[in-house]
Ligand binder design. Structure first.
Ligand code: ZN
Length: 301
């Protein structure tokens, strides 16, 4: 029963995640969901959370700058502190049970009060009572990268291949969590509207990078972001439109002469020369140096 409920919880999180771009409201998680007539909560007053009627915790939560020294190590392993100093505390025993029985957990990381990004399923790799912590990672078999363990793959040849793959998957997960947080911060700064056309449906909005994240300077920070609707995001990435450092929209010349339907007319041609709508707070405004680098690329494309 507990196992099925846990799987239902993962599914429920996935549904919310698809709708919310990977961020979770605390209220949703404390209210939880109904499963076979029971209400299952996913977070609670304690960082290690065991819902009512459960034998083993369902989630572990980190609040950065909180009293616990938690987070990922450089090799992609999640270190999570025990509750308090007693390895025999009920919550810590719960983590030990999850470790011994290989029971998957959900990892929540607060990105601002009441708002989280998450990773699941997370498996405990090691229990360290002497350091008062556990080490965890994402499980390979449930994350769609089983092919990495094929003999042709370089990961396979490493002596600790399973651990390597696990660490690799954890790093990917961590990256995804950062992207979700980036999207949330950018959309919030732009009042959840496209900076170009003002469309305000979050499900149609992206946080675009000004300097792409494949570049060294493509950091996931708000001054390197723009809130764009899906069509303007694609157009920005394809150099169909550019944004100059004086915050003006530039539509590629050949599109201005084209004759087509209302999307081209209203969605592009009429926006040429418009000024984008930027956040009021200076620290959230798009960085002009970054815009300049990107605009130069647009002009030479
Ligand atoms: Zn738009």
């Amino acid at each position: 029963m507990e196992e099925e409920t846990r799987i239902a919880a993962f599914q429920w999180l996935k549904t919310i995640s698809e709708r919310s771009g990977g961020v979770f409201q605390r209220d949703d998680l404390t209210q939880g969901f109904e499963f076979r007539g029971r209400r299952i909560t996913l977070v609670g007053p304690t960082g290690i959370w065991t819902p009512k009627g459960f034998q083993t915790p369902i989630s572990i939560t980190t609040i950065p700058d909180g009293p616990y020294d938690d987070g990922f190590t450089d090799d992609g392993v999640l270190r999570y502190s025990y509750r308090g100093n007693d390895p025999q505390h009920r919550d810590n025993r719960g983590l030990r049970k999850a470790f011994r029985e290989r029971i998957p957990l959900i990892y929540f990381q607060a990105i601002r009060p009441g708002l989280y990004v998450a990773a699941w399923p997370v498996f405990i790799l090691r229990d360290n009572p002497s350091d008062l912590c556990i080490e965890a990672a994402m499980d390979v078999s449930l994350t769609g990268v089983e092919h990495l363990t094929s003999p042709e793959d370089e990961f396979y040849t490493q002596s600790d291949s399973i651990l390597s793959v696990r660490r690799y998957v954890t790093r990917i997960t961590r990256q995804r969590m950062h992207q979700s947080a980036f999207r949330e911060f950018v959309l919030d700064a732009y009042a959840r509207r496209c900076t170009i056309c003002r469309l305000q449906h979050p499900e149609l909005l992206d946080a675009a990078h000004i300097i792409p994240d494949s570049h060294e300077d493509g950091l996931p920070i708000v001054p390197n972001g723009l809130s764009l609707c899906k069509i303007h995001h694609s157009a920005y990435d394809q150099h169909i439109l550019g944004i100059s450092p004086d915050y003006k929209v530039h539509i590629r010349k050949d599109l201005l002469d084209e004759i087509d339907g209302p999307m081209l007319k209203h969605g592009f041609q009429e926006l040429d020369g418009n000024v984008i709508h930027i956040p009021l707070r200076k620290k959230n405004q798009p960085d002009k140096v970054r815009l300049d680098v990107r605009f130069t690329a647009f002009l030479s494309a």
